[in-house]
Design a protein. Structure first.
Length: 95
């Protein structure tokens, strides 16, 4: 298992509907790739924690880094983990 955590700044002020679309897309893609985690958005900033099989997590983070939705992406953690956190089964947004 592997985990990556990062923070970033939104490229523009997001409307509630835009945040909801991001959450919906994250949930769908994470489920397809066997990834769990947390996504938070507050005052124009994102924080996300992803965990799952290393290849899937790294591939997801590459896609996230390429997104124009945010900039100043600062990686906080990128390391193997012993096991998945069973509390993290859905993306979560705080606004």
């Amino acid at each position: 298992m592997h985990a990556i955590a990062y923070v970033s700044a939104a490229s523009w002020n997001l409307l509630d509907e835009q945040v909801e679309r991001i959450v919906s897309e994250s949930r769908r893609l994470n489920a397809l790739n066997g990834i769990t985690g947390v996504l938070m958005y507050c005052d124009g900033n994102f924080m996300q924690y992803l965990e799952g099989e290393e290849g899937a997590v790294v591939e997801t983070f590459v896609r996230i880094r390429a997104s124009e939705r945010h900039y100043q992406i600062n990686e906080l953690m990128n390391q193997p983990i012993v096991e998945r956190d069973t509390l993290l089964d859905e993306a979560l947004v705080e606004k």
